[in-house]
Design a protein around this ligand. Structure first.
Ligand code: ZN
Length: 106
């Protein structure tokens, strides 16, 4: 497995990136509505897209925070459900994975 410190650093960078993104989205969402009605409709649609992006970013943030506390607790890389190793390949693709592939696909 890769050095845990590297993984931790990577997760923290990703966390930083996501927080910045959420801040930007929040800023966009708070922009005052355009007085033009047609523009308002377009903005409402764009806001929905932004809200979708925000909730997926927030979800990933909470998953990353959970992964960081697993690193602290020394349980990183163990499946949260069955306790088996999550697997190096899977963690490479999804460093914040909390479950092994077979538990995650249930
Ligand atoms: Zn499992």
């Amino acid at each position: 497995m890769k050095d845990l410190q590297d993984i931790q650093q990577m997760l923290e960078e990703r966390l930083q990136f996501l927080s910045t993104k959420v801040d930007e989205i929040e800023g966009d969402l708070r922009e005052p509505a355009d007085p033009d009605f047609a523009e308002q409709a377009t903005e409402a649609e764009a806001d929905e897209v932004l809200e979708g992006l925000e909730s997926s970013a927030l979800l990933e943030i909470s998953q990353i925070n959970a992964a960081l506390s697993r690193i602290e607790a020394g349980t990183y890389g163990e499946c949260a459900t069955c306790g088996e190793p999550v697997g190096e390949k899977r963690l490479e693709i999804l460093p914040h994975a909390a479950q092994c592939i077979s538990c995650a696909s249930k």
